[in-house]
Ligand binder design. Structure first.
Ligand SMILES: [Cu+2]
Length: 129
């Protein structure tokens, strides 16, 4: 009788250990998921925006700043890279790209309409693919 009880306790203890590990794992994963959900108020983002000159730079940066939540927007005339710092609680890169496309400049996801593009000054008419 005695060894049987002992065996049962051993088994029970093993199961308890297993449960503890499962609980720890679940806790860890829920923390990880929460950390991912947490929105960054100063998220850095870089994207390419079509344009030519200093006028384009002003137009692109103005359009980016018109989106609330954009804290910094710098477009580089030579590389055509737009560097953004934005509050993810208020906006997203797509919102900014839509605003820029509306101002006449193509981005990877949002393109300017032909009408708006045609309205750009001659010096700003970048080559479209
Ligand atoms: Cu221009």
């Amino acid at each position: 009788m005695k060894p049987k009880i002992h065996e049962f306790q051993k088994k029970n203890r093993k199961m308890m250990n297993k449960n503890v590990i499962i609980v720890l794992l679940l806790t860890f994963f829920s923390f990880a998921a929460q950390a991912q959900d947490k929105k960054n108020k100063n998220a850095k983002y870089e994207t390419e925006v079509s344009g030519n000159c200093e006028h384009c730079k002003k137009r692109i940066e103005k359009a980016a700043f018109s989106v609330s939540g954009v804290k910094s927007a710098i477009w580089d005339v030579s590389t055509h890279k737009l560097s953004l710092i934005l509050n993810e609680e208020k906006t997203s890169p797509v919102d900014v790209k839509n605003a820029i496309a509306k101002s006449g400049h193509d981005t990877d996801v949002a393109k300017a309409t032909q009408d708006v593009y045609d309205g750009l000054p001659t010096c700003c008419k970048y080559e479209r693919n």
